[in-house]
Design a binder for this molecule. Structure first.
Ligand code: NAD
Ligand code: GLY
Length: 372
C-alpha cells in the first residue's frame, strides 16, 4: 500500500527499440489496477506463481487483473530451484492448453527468479511466443532476473542451459512484497546488488557499504534506491548487448564459481545469491592473483559480502579432487569456449573483463577460498 512516507514510484526503461519496456519500482503497485494499463489487449491472463507465493499475493494480483481481462487463470508450480525443469515447465503448457488459451494470452510471472525464468521461457515457446509481464517478488528477481529477458530451465548437467532470450512487456517491482521475504532470501538478493558496484559503479559500492544495515532492515527508501540503481546499470548493459555477444557477460561476475557450487552441491542446497556472493569473493581473488586488483579490494568486497549475511568460504565439492571438480563443473558454463573456462574478473575498481586463466592458478584460488 502506498503511504505518504513511501518513496515515489520510479521508472527505469530498458531501451531495446520496439522491444523496449518499463520497470516500475514502488510500494503498492502489485494490487493497483493502474499498474497494468496499456498492456497488449487480450481476454485471458494466466498468473504463474508457486505454492509459496500464490497464497500470499495471487488474489491481490487476480483482483487487479480482473479490471483488464475477462478471464484470469492461475497455475501454482512446486516451489524451488530443484523444480526449474522440464516436468514443471510442462505444467504451464498444461494450464494454457487445458483452458484453450490463444496466442494473445498474457502470462504474469508472480514470484522469484525461478518462476520468472520459467514463465518467460514458457511465454517464449507457447504458440511460438505470447506476451508476458514480470511481477518479481524477491529482491534478487527485482534487481536482476526479471530484467533483460534471459529465460531458462536447468539441466542436471548445467544450470540455465536450456532457454531463450525473450523480453517481458513490463516489470513490476513492488517494495511491499519484500517484507514477507525470508532473511536468507533477502541476503541472496543483496549479492546481485553488490555485484553492480565492482563491475560498473564504485560510487554505488560506497553507497551499499553505507546502507547495508538499512537494506537488511528493509527500509523502503534504501530498497527503492538499490533496486533503481541496479536496474539502471543492468538497463545500460542490456541496452548495448541484449544477447550477450560480449559486454553483458560482466553481469555474471561471481557466477562461474557460484554456478559450480550450486550444481555441485545439488540445486537448492545453496541459494543462487549465496553462490554468487561467495563466487564474487573467489573471482576477486582470481583477479588479484592475475595482478589486476590489490588485496585491499578483495578484502573490502569480502567484508561487504559477509556483512550482507552471505557465505565467503566455498564448500568442498569433492573429497578426492575438490579444485578438479570445480573446474569440471565450470567447463559447462555458458561463457566457456572450446572447453576453456572464462571468468569475469575485476580489472580495476568499477571495471570488469572476461578472460581465461591458467588451470593451476584457478586451482590455487579455489583451494585458498574453500573450507578445509
Ligand atoms: P526463488 O525464485 O527460488 O525464490 C526464493 C524463495 O523465496 C522461494 O522459496 C520463493 O517461493 C520465495 N518467495 C518469493 N517471493 C517471496 C515473498 N515475497 N515472500 C515470501 N517468500 C517469497 O529464488 P530467486 O533468488 O528469486 O531467483 C533465483 C533464480 O533466478 C535462479 O534460478 C537463477 O538462476 C535465476 N536468475 C536468473 C537471472 C536472469 O537474468 N534471468 C538472473 C539471476 C538469477
Ligand atoms: N544475470 C545476468 C544477465 O542477465 O545477463
Amino acid at each position: 500500500m502506498h503511504t505518504d512516507s513511501s518513496p515515489a514510484i520510479q521508472q527505469v526503461v530498458i531501451d531495446l527499440g520496439e522491444r523496449s519496456y518499463p520497470i516500475f519500482i514502488g510500494a503498492g503497485l502489485l494490487g493497483d489496477p493502474a499498474t497494468y494499463e496499456d498492456l497488449p489487449a487480450s481476454n485471458t491472463a494466466l498468473i504463474v506463481s508457486n505454492d509459496t507465493v500464490a497464497p500470499l499475493y495471487a488474489q491481490l494480483l487476480q483482483r487487479a487483473l480482473q479490471c483488464h481481462y475477462s478471464r484470469v487463470l492461475q497455475v501454482a508450480l512446486p516451489d524451488g530451484e530443484v523444480h526449474k525443469d522440464w516436468p514443471t515447465l510442462q505444467l504451464i503448457f498444461d494450464a494454457l492448453l487445458a483452458n484453450g488459451c490463444d496466442r494473445k494470452t498474457v502470462l504474469f510471472a508472480l514470484g522469484g527468479g525461478v518462476v520468472g525464468d520459467m514463465t518467460g521461457f514458457a511465454a517464449a515457446c507457447y504458440m511460438r511466443g505470447v506476451p508476458f509481464v514480470q511481477v518479481p517478488t524477491t529482491l534478487l528477481a527485482q534487481v536482476d532476473s526479471s530484467v533483460g529477458g534471459k529465460t531458462a530451465i536447468n539441466h542436471p548437467l548445467g544450470k540455465n542451459m536450456v532457454g531463450a532470450f525473450y523480453q517481458p512487456e513490463r516489470v513490476i517491482c513492488d517494495l511491499d512484497v519484500l517484507q514477507s521475504l525470508p532473511l536468507r532470501e533477502l541476503s541472496a538478493g543483496l549479492a546481485e546488488i553488490i555485484k553492480y558496484g565492482p563491475i560498473a559503479d564504485m560510487a554505488f559500492l560506497d553507497w551499499i557499504e553505507a546502507n547495508i544495515e538499512a537494506l537488511l532492515a528493509r527500509e523502503p527508501a534504501a530498497l527503492a534506491h538499490a533496486i533503481q540503481r541496479s536496474c539502471e546499470i543492468k538497463a545500460a548493459v542490456v541496452g548495448q548487448d541484449e544477447r550477450e555477444t560480449g559486454l553483458r557477460a560482466i553481469l555474471n561476475f561471481g557466477h562461474t564459481f557460484g554456478h559450480a557450487i550450486e550444481s555441485g552441491l545439488g540445486y537448492g542446497q545453496w541459494l543462487h545469491g549465496e553462490g554468487v556472493g561467495c563466487g564474487m569473493v573467489m573471482a576477486a581473488r582470481l583477479s588479484q592473483r592475475l595482478g589486476l586488483i590489490d588485496k585491499a579490494f578483495v578484502d573490502r568486497l569480502r567484508t561487504l559480502v559477509l556483512r550482507a549475511g552471505l557465505p565467503v568460504v566455498g564448500p568442498r565439492l569433492s573429497a578426492a579432487d575438490n579444485a578438479g571438480r570445480y573446474l569440471e563443473l565450470m567447463r559447462v558454463d555458458k561463457k566457456a569456449e572450446a572447453g576453456e573456462v572464462r571468468f569475469v574478473v575485476i580489472d580495476g575498481p568499477g571495471r570488469a573483463a572476461v578472460r581465461g586463466a591458467p588451470d593451476a592458478l584457478v586451482r590455487e584460488v579455489i583451494e585458498a577460498c574453500c573450507s578445509a
